[in-house]
Design a protein around this ligand. Sequence first.
Ligand SMILES: NC(=O)C1=CN([C@@H]2O[C@H](COP(=O)(O)OP(=O)(O)OC[C@H]3O[C@@H](n4cnc5c(N)ncnc54)[C@H](OP(=O)(O)O)[C@@H]3O)[C@@H](O)[C@H]2O)C=CC1
Ligand SMILES: CC(=O)N[C@@H](CCC(=O)OP(=O)(O)O)C(=O)O
Length: 342
Amino acid sequence: MTWQAAVAGASGYAGGEVLRLLLGHPEIEIGALTGGGNAGRSLGELQPHLVPLADRVLRDTSARTLAGHDVVFLALPHGQSAAVAEALGPDVVVVDCGADFRLRDPGAWEAFYGSPHAGTWPYGLPELPGARAALKGSSRIAVPGCYPTAVTLALFPAFAAGLVEPDVVVVAASGTSGAGRAPKPHLLGSEVMGAMSPYGVGGVHRHTPEMVQNLTEVAGEPVTVSFTPTLAPMTRGILATCSAPARPGATARSVRDAYAQALEGEPFVRLLPEGQWPSTAAVHGSNTALVQVALDGAAGRVVAISAIDNLTKGTAGGAVQSLNIALGIPEGTGLSTIGVAP
Ligand SMILES: NC(=O)C1=CN([C@@H]2O[C@H](COP(=O)(O)OP(=O)(O)OC[C@H]3O[C@@H](n4cnc5c(N)ncnc54)[C@H](OP(=O)(O)O)[C@@H]3O)[C@@H](O)[C@H]2O)C=CC1
Ligand SMILES: CC(=O)N[C@@H](CCC(=O)OP(=O)(O)O)C(=O)O
């Protein structure tokens, strides 16, 4: 069976990556491509790497242009998905790469996004306990944020096994594509090249409540997360360094065994052999998350590190993986674990 999919936000980074993956997906046919101010321009001008789609013309984003598709991917700025999704019937599978439907707590949404909460959809991180069952057959999917994907995959095994206290510290570096394509002064080449810079410090980054939500659910008790994002001079990639106090009785062996057990059989999460550490270079363009963990005995902390490509596993790859589950087709269809290196 073939499904026809439209992509709203096709001129952006997330939309472009969705299209790169859909071009290799044997069961999806690419339908309407829409944008905002760039509507009317050809995709070849805006996304020259998507050669088979070069002659396609971007249409405006409206209920009319998105009508008649089996699947609609929304890769629009935060807060824009809800109105578009409302016009799409319950029979259309809507995959939102934005944040609008990720959070369950309306208070947390309003505090971090400053607008009324639109609702909550099944969360597209299949590796979380119970997530695959919620996604199966669903016609609505909320794709996680890129940092929450990296952090949740690094830490959920420790919480699932009760090995750590609910008091997490995360410092994560992201490539500049995480900030989207719209011009911003702090993303000028001369600001980014040769520099690493923190931003969103002090618990104000909007991905904090999403990490709290995920880890609290796995832990079964409230988890706090002190999250510091940094911008790194690379286009793609997130390296998340996460730690939490070890609970009494946790040993290097019990930590390792818990991770091996939680991640066993996961097609897109690889626990590295002992002594090997994740690198963003190894996941460039792939849907893989690389994870490693250690017990820092002197400091009494479990330290877990993950690397993902923010646009692949962190957005479009996670979106396609979750869509495959929703449609009932093999989870890895159209997705690769193979990176581009060096
Ligand atoms: N970049 C990343 O790593 C990640 C991004 N996401 C999410 O994906 C979504 C898109 O992000 P990203 O691709 O980075 O952003 P970009 O700025 O690169 O792209 C935004 C897209 O939305 C379109 N758009 C903007 N305003 C409007 C409008 N008023 N009406 C219709 N279309 C509009 C743009 O069209 P035009 O070009 O015509 O203006 C463009 O296609 C965001 O919600 C983001 O949170 C999620 C995870 C990671
Ligand atoms: C480097 C950079 O700026 N990254 C973005 C996160 C991008 C992302 O995944 O988040 P959303 O899907 O929630 O937009 C940021 O920190 O805002």
